[in-house]
Design a protein around this ligand. Structure first.
Ligand SMILES: NC(=O)c1ccc[n+]([C@@H]2O[C@H](COP(=O)([O-])OP(=O)(O)OC[C@H]3O[C@@H](n4cnc5c(N)ncnc54)[C@H](O)[C@@H]3O)[C@@H](O)[C@H]2O)c1
Length: 299
């Protein structure tokens, strides 16, 4: 098989939730560009229609379906529609679902349950529905969207979101373990801060927040939705045929960076003219114990 054939999704069908904007839209367009037909799913059907227009321009078949992923009944109807329209599913992009920010001491149980319904139960029911069909066909790729909050704490009111995203990685590992021997691969992408309307609103409300984020991103910029395109096609396609149960950071290096790491951001100038300057410091040899400053032969 040629390298380009490994990435080719021609003849495959992908169901992507959250397709109206952001990561789900970018994933839908990337999978379509690689050849897949798309079931574009969102509770915002007007937005999903706009994504669908772009997919149709690529020459792929695309259907829009309204669905609230926090409703298992909605998801059951969605998959009945998938069966009727496409009769197969090769790729599930499990993207939709948002959180609620509140302090741990204040958040209500109703809010916690709402976040779990959105991000855990919703992702699981989509996996279960897709998984049943993929197991019957003996092939399929599921891509779950987790977060930095799947592996590390964020603070700033992310308690319910983090609990949910932690569950998404264990869901991914368990499903991969149960299903991969039958041809169904299950992986997760863990994004850091990727610009979307709610992130923009939070950064506008707290002018320090952008710099706080950037201090943790050695690559020196926030993510953009298009950053998910390459890894989506890779995980959906035969290019990743021996990869399952993987948690892939999409984070500009954030998870690799310890809090005591050496990326530094300084602000030069003020107001609208202010710009952030990144300095990558050399290892501080003086901070090491003396013996460790000498070259050491590896064994
Ligand atoms: N953007 C980031 O920085 C970031 C980082 C880590 C994880 N994530 C996760 O990635 C996913 C997508 O993020 P995004 O940045 O594209 O967000 P976004 O807000 O730009 O888009 C989310 C889309 O999902 C849809 N949606 C939300 N809840 C839904 C529901 N219950 N049913 C159906 N549709 C629903 C919205 O209508 C919207 O079109 C989310 O689960 C988010 O938590 C995002």
């Amino acid at each position: 098989m040629t390298l380009s054939a490994r990435f080719d999704l021609s003849g495959r069908v992908a169901l992507v939730t959250g397709a109206a904007q952001g990561l789900g839209r970018a994933m839908s367009l990337a999978l379509a560009e690689a050849g897949a037909d798309i079931l574009a799913v969102d509770r915002n059907t007007a937005g999903a229609e706009q994504t669908a227009e772009e997919i149709a321009r690529l020459g792929r078949r695309v259907i829009v379906a309204g669905c609230d992923v926090s409703s298992p009944d909605d998801i059951e109807r969605l998959f009945a529609r998938l069966d009727a329209e496409f009769g197969r599913i090769d790729v599930l992009g499990n993207v939709a679902g948002d959180g609620i920010l509140a302090r741990p001491e204040d958040i209500t149980l109703a809010q916690v349950r709402q976040v779990l319904d959105n991000l855990v139960v919703g992702r699981f029911v989509c996996c279960q529905q897709a998984g049943r069909r993929m197991l019957a066909a003996g092939r399929g790729s599921i891509i779950n969207i987790g977060s930095l909050a799947s592996l590390a704490a964020l603070g700033r009111g992310h308690i319910a979101y983090s609990m949910a995203m932690g569950a998404v990685v264990q869901m991914t590992r368990e499903l991969s373990t149960e299903w991969s021997s039958q041809g169904v691969r299950v992986n997760a992408i863990l994004p850091a801060q990727i610009v979307n309307p709610s992130l923009e609103a939070r950064m506008t409300a707290d002018p320090q927040l952008r710099a706080t984020y950037l201090r943790g991103i050695p690559l020196g910029r926030l993510g953009q939705p298009d950053d998910i395109r390459g890894v989506s096609v890779f995980l959906a396609s035969d290019a990743s045929a021996w990869i399952t149960g993987a948690l892939i950071p999409l984070d500009g290096g954030n998870l690799a960076l310890n809090g005591g790491g050496t990326v530094r951001v300084d602000c030069e100038g003020e107001g609208a003219a202010a710009k952030l300057v990144f300095t990558f410091l050399p290892p501080e040899r003086g901070a090491l114990p003396p013996a460790a400053q000498e070259p050491v032969l590896a064994e």
